[in-house]
Design a protein around this ligand. Structure first.
Ligand SMILES: [Zn+2]
Length: 481
């Protein structure tokens, strides 16, 4: 049903009457918004993703403008990465703009319109991926197309990468980097990450540029007891032991831990917020008084789960597993707990910390999801997690982003930012290449809540200003002077 409705929408122009309406609607839109409608219309819900169709569509626009096109097929049918390179004179090393092509699936019945039609209503463009991250695909693509259209002489290659499998799956940028690093190697890169946050009056409060991502570590908590007939319970019941361990973990809070970009972010929030939160933001960023810090921590937890997550390693149980028959007490029970950790956290220290918290009879704490890795591979993974450094603010790219953000949104504060989740930036940051993240369009808190949710949308006007900002950045860092 869904597929039929969608294809009808896409071919509406074949029918006489809706064509006039569709045309009237799209002529009002800026070029980025028109491109975004086309990008949203190609359903790349992952799984399965099938980003190849989007790669082909973009290639047909970029090739005639002089871009060198590589479509890197993965072993999975229909799944591919697009690499489009606009050549410079080679004086400087390339800049790369990376945007993921796949989106999370939709709960169709909870949307008030077709998630793949790119409907425009009241100044908003709706569709799955409008924010995350097809909006970014459209902004980055338009910005690089403008360089070619305006025949700007370049000191460095400008590479656009539209990637597969960011939302899940194994053929992501880490896979791409293994065999095709030469095609995506660069001096620095742009990706998704920070926000251009508008308040309800339409004024941009701040632009946050992510310079680091949290990484993900999952621990497996195992309780062991005697496996026996359920008619003769013993004291070492594995499910009870695990429950006690999980109750201890539920009451535990990791300590606030602010890296320099997070301090700057909260100092910015202190300026752009109203009391009493402005004082709490100031205190978490700058106070030396443990009581003030503790009070700020509690207030932030109540006010914003996102801000709460930025200042600590977060704890989230995600799976419980025990039992296999109604009359058998199982010999073991397990819980998988996902942690999102701040750069600089050693996973082994975290494991030891959690083992202490949940300690009890028959309880063990190990890594989850690493069962197939050798000791050496585990050590390598740990080394990589510890060694990935936040990207510096001294680079030409960060400086230009900061300047252009202030120029485009003069009322806004600009700050570096720790992204609360992981992104595919790891493929570059793990190799020491700086990556800066931004969702390049002003949105409100309310818009943000729809990301990965229902009726996802982006303001049409924001796509235009975001494209102008990114184009300005490319002019600063790539155009020949
Ligand atoms: Zn995303």
């Amino acid at each position: 049903m869904r597929a039929i409705a969608r294809s009808l929408g896409r071919y509406a122009c074949l029918l006489a009457l809706p064509c006039a309406l569709l045309f009237a609607q799209t002529t009002e839109l800026n070029a980025t918004a028109r491109l975004l409608q086309e990008v949203i219309a190609i359903d790349t819900s992952n799984p399965p993703g099938r980003e190849g169709a989007l790669a082909e569509m973009l290639a047909t626009k970029l090739r005639p403008l002089g871009f060198q096109i590589d479509i890197i097929a993965t072993p999975e049918a229909g799944k591919a990465h697009l690499i489009a390179r606009l050549k410079g004179n080679g004086t400087k090393r390339p800049i790369l703009l990376a945007a993921h092509a796949d989106v999370v699936g939709v709960e169709r019945e909870k949307w008030t319109m077709d998630p793949f039609a790119g409907t425009v209503k009241d100044g908003y463009l709706y569709g799955r991926g409008a924010i995350d991250f097809k909006g970014g695909v459209a902004v980055f693509t338009r910005a690089v197309m403008m360089l070619a259209e305006n025949k700007v002489p370049l000191d460095r290659d400008v590479i656009l990468l539209v990637e597969a499998d960011e939302e899940g799956g194994k053929y992501n940028t880490t896979w791409l980097a293994q065999d095709h690093w030469d095609k995506i190697d660069c001096e620095f890169s742009l990706n998704e990450g920070g926000w251009i946050l508008k308040n309800d009056e339409g004024k941009v409060d701040y632009v946050s540029i992510s310079t680091a991502d949290k990484s993900s570590v999952s621990l497996l908590i195992t309780a062991r007891g005697t496996s026996t007939h359920s008619s003769m319970p013993l004291e070492d019941n594995a499910i009870f032991q695990l429950s006690k361990a999980m109750a201890k973990l539920a009451d535990y809070q990791t300590k606030p831990f602010l890296i320099p970009s997070t301090r700057k972010f909260f100092a910015t929030l202190a300026k752009t917020s109203a009391p009493p939160m402005s004082q709490h933001y100031y205190n978490i960023a700058a106070s030396q008084d443990p009581a003030e810090i503790a009070a700020a921590d509690v207030a932030i937890r109540k006010h914003s789960p996102l801000f709460h997550a930025l200042i600590r390693n977060t704890i989230a149980p995600v799976f419980l597993n025990a039992g296999f028959r109604g009359n058998v007490i199982p010999g073991h029970a397990t819980a998988t707990v996902n942690f999102r950790i701040i750069p600089g956290t050693d996973p082994e220290e975290l494991r030891a910390e959690i083992a202490k918290v949940v300690a009890g009879e028959g309880i063990e704490v190990g890594y989850a999801g690493f069962v197939n890795l050798t000791q050496e591979e585990m050590e390598e993974r740990r080394r990589r997690t510890v060694s990935v450094q936040p990207s510096g603010e001294e680079t030409e790219l960060y400086q230009s982003l900061s300047t252009r953000a202030k120029e485009t949104y003069p009322e806004a504060e600009v700050t570096p930012y720790l992204f609360n989740a992981g992104t595919d930036s790891i493929a570059w940051r793990a190799r020491g290449v700086p990556v800066y993240g931004i969702y390049p369009y002003p949105i409100t808190d309310t818009d943000l809540m729809r990301m990965h949710g229902n009726d996802e949308r982006v303001p049409v006007e924001s796509l235009e200003s975001g494209t102008r900002m990114i184009y300005g950045v490319l002019m600063d860092v790539a155009a020949s002077k």
